[in-house]
Design a protein around this ligand. Structure first.
Ligand code: FAD
Length: 309
């Protein structure tokens, strides 16, 4: 079967794009290799999304997105897309999954978002799942009553420090600069939370332990002095890496691997559109992913008109 549109990734951008496409009457496949929801599934509390003035738990919002889409005849496909070949009007794009299956679609919307970036220090890979984590909401409960470190200076690090502070005994928030990048409102909350200690202007040198994490070693970038902090867990929030490697080679990426699009979400590959965190842009939030998804679907619908002309 050749689908009119294939949406790759069922995070906020992909679910929105699929909703707009299917409601416009085009045959739509939504391809996802994990659970629908994307990053919000590993986020304790989603803030800044209009309609939820008190915030909403990530999994609850994912359930609502799913409930909104489920009445519509979208073909849900469980697969990881590994490679794509561009099509053209009259010739569908080919989407190769890592299980060897191939999907054909006239228009493709890339909504594969981003995943955590590694810090790249000794001990990080060795202790992954044994004290090193990238998801406070998934793993925070294992550290109830213990001391943990959070590494990073953006909104994710600040938000997740606040979440962890409610569960653990103490959070050391380690950031390589003096000033945080995250929103003022989170900075203020972090500074007024008693069991969060700020360890600023410090870089992590090593995560160490016997069978699980026991310490994190940091170095002060101003004085060069070192400090070893005893912790049972280290949560890393040092940026995101886009899941863009599967796109055709003609898709233009920025230095960080994020996909360049125009304002209508068109990539440089005809018939390929991109929405959400995978895009080269400044604001990476649920609201902007949802907006991108709607715009990309609208552009894909215009492209499909050329196909059928
Ligand atoms: C800790 C944390 C806290 C956050 N807090 C907030 C907040 O409070 N408010 C807010 O607005 N935003 C918040 N965000 C940001 C928000 O979650 C993202 O901006 C949003 O989820 C991006 O949506 P997306 O659909 O573009 O991508 P994603 O959510 O990344 O979804 C991409 C989906 O694509 C799938 N996928 C990836 N590659 C493939 C492939 N090759 N084949 C098939 N499927 C694939 C993935 O499994 C995933 O389900 C937070 C993010 C984090 C990490």
């Amino acid at each position: 079967m050749i689908y009119d549109a294939a949406v790759i990734g069922a995070g906020p951008a992909g679910i929105t794009a699929a909703l707009y496409l299917v409601r416009s009457g085009v045959s739509t496949a939504l391809v996802e290799d994990g659970a629908a929801g994307g990053q919000i599934l590993s986020t304790a509390e989603i803030e800044n999304y209009p309609g939820f003035p008190k915030g909403i738990k990530g999994w609850e919002l994912a359930d609502l997105f799913e409930a909104h889409l489920s009445p519509y005849p979208v073909e849900r496909i469980r697969a990881r897309i590994a490679r794509a070949e561009a099509g053209a009007p009259g010739k569908p794009a080919l989407l190769h999954a890592d299980d060897g299956s191939v999907l054909q679609a006239k228009a493709v919307i890339a909504c594969t978002g981003a995943r955590h970036r590694e810090l790249g220090v000794p001990g990080e890979r060795e202790f992954a799942g044994r004290g090193v984590s990238y998801c406070a909401v998934c793993d925070g409960n294992f550290y109830r009553g213990m001391d943990v470190a959070v590494v990073g200076g953006g909104n994710s690090a600040l938000e997740e420090s606040l979440y962890l502070a409610r569960i653990v005994r103490k959070v050391y928030l380690i950031h390589r600069r003096e000033a945080f990048r995250g929103d003022r409102i989170y900075q203020d909350k972090v500074r007024s939370t008693e069991n969060i200690e700020l360890v600023t202007s410090c870089v992590v040198e090593k995560i160490a332990g016997q069978s699980a994490v026991e310490t994190v070693a940091v170095r002060d970038v101003r004085t060069g002095g070192g400090r070893t902090i005893p912790v049972s867990g280290v949560f890393l929030y040092v940026g995101m890496q886009p899941s863009s490697g599967w796109l055709p080679a003609d898709a233009v990426l920025d230095a960080g691997g994020f996909v360049q699009t125009d304002a209508e979400m068109r990539t440089d590959v005809p018939g390929f559109f991109a929405a959400g965190d995978i895009r080269a842009k400044h604001c990476r939030q649920v609201s902007s992913a949802v907006g991108d998804g709607a715009a990309a679907a609208t552009s894909a619908l215009s492209y499909l008109e050329q196909w059928h002309a």
